[in-house]
Design a protein around this ligand. Structure first.
Ligand code: KG4
Ligand code: ZN
Length: 402
């Protein structure tokens, strides 16, 4: 089955086309036919975070060029003329709020015939609703003109599914995202009950999976998400958005140079007997240190970055170990943008090994948002018969996994 994935939940516009077969288990395999992503971080950087209406506008501009790139890469594009006049009123209505997208898509559809794909998977939440709507309306329009079924995908399920994959690049390529010749399958190390630690810009959750695609949220953040904390602390240190990778780089540097903090940050929620998180107090503690040491020396910035990263890793590891113990988990699935963090990965791997548990992490380049994860999650939903009526699709900024 060929699945076209569309992701516009935040500040990444992404389109991916996969060919997949098999069910949950050893017979599952997929190949990336085309994968394209445009990151809007430069647009949002000057505001220190994602501006929903700017994100929406950028998605509207970028979706058609990315789709064209993906179809070109895949080699399955049919270049024949299509008569779209019968659809133009519907398309205009569907894309009434995205005039630029309407213009580009009409032109694109006039030039290209329906490619040989079987279904469209689109993120419907959680995320920024104005941004989500652009992808949804794009999917509806394609579904109408190409007469294809649509699968609604939960973005967080996309992160989970991405971490379950074992990816095998074919040939010698430096970047997965620019390498269309990739095969993948499900990791052999998945055992239930499994636990997912989802750590991103919008979420920090511990999720219990007793079987495929069934979720129970057992812990969540009471305030900021962990990625948000990385971004806010980065801002306090004068580092650009998104801050996670910058903090990580400074912290690594501090470890190499043996720069240790002469203060310690609070480990929030560790003394409470639950699986929830809280990161806003940590950010406030950093703010106090920044204020009392201003202007910050480079060494002080490194100290803060290292101590902050250590603190976050300690809290994530400790709560994950508690959840593993409480639910007898055999596998820990780590997903979301913050799972790109090498220190957190290393700490989780070393601590989980003491309880015979193995973390499953995505390839670093696929830890942050992308459309491959949406196409993959969409495939599993499609083979379960979980299609949606395109006209009833709604963006749900707070969509839950369970
Ligand atoms: O999953 P994602 O791309 O978007 C959301 O669904 O939110 O996650 C983005 C978040 C940002 O907060 C970013 O700072 C963080 O992931 N992030 C990192 C790293 N790379 C990205 N945080 C810590 N260390 C990293 N290496
Ligand atoms: Zn995400």
């Amino acid at each position: 089955m060929r699945v076209l994935g569309i992701e516009t939940s935040c500040d990444e516009t992404a389109v991916s086309l996969i060919e997949a077969s098999g069910d949950f288990g050893a017979d599952f395999k997929f190949r990336i036919l085309g994968n394209a992503l445009f990151s809007q971080t430069i647009t949002h950087a000057e505001y220190g975070g994602v501006v929903p209406n700017l994100a929406k506008r950028e998605h509207g501009k970028n979706l058609v060029p990315l789709l064209e790139q993906v179809l070109n890469e895949s080699g399955i594009r049919a270049g024949k003329h299509t008569d779209i006049s019968v659809y133009s009123d519907d398309l205009r209505d569907m894309l009434a709020r995205e005039p630029e997208l309407y213009a580009q898509l009409s032109e694109f559809l006039r030039k290209h015939e329906k490619p040989e794909i079987d279904c469209i998977a689109v993120t419907v939440g959680p995320g920024l609703e104005p941004a989500l709507w652009v992808g949804i309306n794009f999917a509806r329009a394609l579904s109408e003109v190409w007469d294809l079924p649509v699968v609604a995908v939960n973005h967080m399920e996309g992160h989970v599914v991405m971490s379950l994959m074992e990816i095998r690049p074919i040939g010698n390529h430096s970047s997965i995202l620019q390498n269309t010749r990739i095969d993948g399958m499900l990791s052999k190390n998945i055992e239930f009950p499994a636990l997912a630690l989802l750590i991103s810009g919008g979420h920090t959750e511990l999720v219990l999976m007793r079987e495929w695609m069934k979720y129970e949220v057992i812990g969540t953040t009471r305030d900021d998400a962990v990625g948000e904390a990385f971004d806010k602390v980065a801002r306090l240190l004068g580092l650009p958005y998104p801050g996670g990778p910058h903090i990580s780089r400074l912290a690594e540097d501090a470890r190499k140079k043996n720069i240790k903090a002469n203060f310690s940050l609070p480990r929030p929620m560790l003394h409470e007997d639950n699986l929830d998180f809280s990161f806003s107090g940590l950010k406030t503690a950093v703010l106090r240190i920044v204020e009392s040491n201003s202007p910050l020396s480079e060494e002080m910035k490194s100290m803060i970055a290292r101590e902050f990263e250590d603190t976050v890793a300690d809290v994530l590891v400790e709560k994950t170990l508690r959840a593993v113990d409480a639910y007898g988990a055999r596998t820990v699935i780590v997903g979301g943008g913050v799972s790109a963090n090498s220190h957190i990965r290393a700490q989780l791997a070393s601590q989980l090994s003491t309880v015979n548990c193995k973390p499953l992490t995505p390839p670093i380049e696929l830890a942050t948002d992308n459309a491959l994860m949406i196409a993959l999650a969409g495939y599993f939903r499609a083979i379960s018969g979980d299609y949606s009526d395109p006209d009833t699709l709604r963006a749900d900024g707070n969509l839950k996994l369970a």
